[in-house]
Design a protein around this ligand. Structure first.
Ligand SMILES: *Cc1c(COP(=O)(O)O)cnc(C)c1O
Length: 218
């Protein structure tokens, strides 16, 4: 049951780590059940879907956006989103900054970093993240606060390979935080299949869907 999963996960988290319940493609009844078990952070990956769900659920939910965000959808998301996890281009950052300015908000974001072996269309290389901060390019986006990084490990069974990718993400996070961005506070990594390893490697937020809600029906 959803309720049992939430309680089990929440009670096993180390200090300093939080659970994001990834509720994409699941009906509002499932989210309500998680909410009733005490869950308040929900992650969605489609703007239309989160906009529709938000009005049917309690107002104290924190909505996080975890998918690939298209620039033409930013305007609808920015008024209420708590954290955008997957900022993968500076072009997107620029649009978030513009729309956040228009509604008088400073929106918290994470840069998505690509470390997995698989070819991915999305995410910054670690070197690009370091350059972005050493050149203080974030200062061009005053309505955005980049509070950390987000990453995904490869879909492999080799636990050592997954662990090594999480270590790379954690190392990058610590380097940026210590050299350039002392305000860093979130290292978003770990999903249903690998969240235990991610927590051991310093994750501050695990994004768990399937383990809580079951398989998604697309
Ligand atoms: C869907 C998704 C998740 C959740 O994955 P599960 O394997 O269902 O736990 C986590 N992070 C991102 C970025 C996702 O798109």
């Amino acid at each position: 049951m959803i309720k049992d999963r939430i309680i089990e996960l929440t009670s096993s988290l180390p200090a300093g780590a939080r659970l994001l319940a990834v509720s994409k493609y699941h009906p509002v009844e499932a989210l309500q059940e998680a909410y009733d078990a005490g869950q308040r952070l929900f992650g969605e990956s489609k703007v239309q879907e989160v906009v529709a769900k938000k009005v049917q659920l309690p107002a104290d939910i924190e909505w996080h956006f975890i998918g690939h965000l298209q620039t033409n959808k930013v305007k609808q998301l920015v008024p209420f989103v708590t954290l955008i996890h997957g900022v993968d281009t500076e072009h997107l950052l620029k649009e978030i900054d513009k729309q956040a300015g228009n509604c008088g908000r400073v929106v918290e974001c994470l840069l998505e970093v690509h470390v997995a072996q698989e070819e991915s269309k999305f995410g910054f290389a670690p070197a690009d993240v370091l350059a972005f901060f050493s050149q203080e390019r974030y200062k061009q986006y005053p309505n955005v606060r980049i509070v950390g990084i987000m990453g995904m490990a490869s879909h492999v069974v080799d636990e050592a390979a997954i662990r090594s990718e999480f270590k790379t993400l954690h190392g990058l996070y610590e380097e940026v935080k210590s050299k350039y961005a002392p305000w860093f506070k979130e290292l978003s990594m770990g999903m249903s299949g690998d969240y235990r390893i991610a927590l051991e490697e310093g994750s501050t937020m695990v994004r768990i869907g399937t383990y809580i809600f079951g398989e998604r029906v697309y």
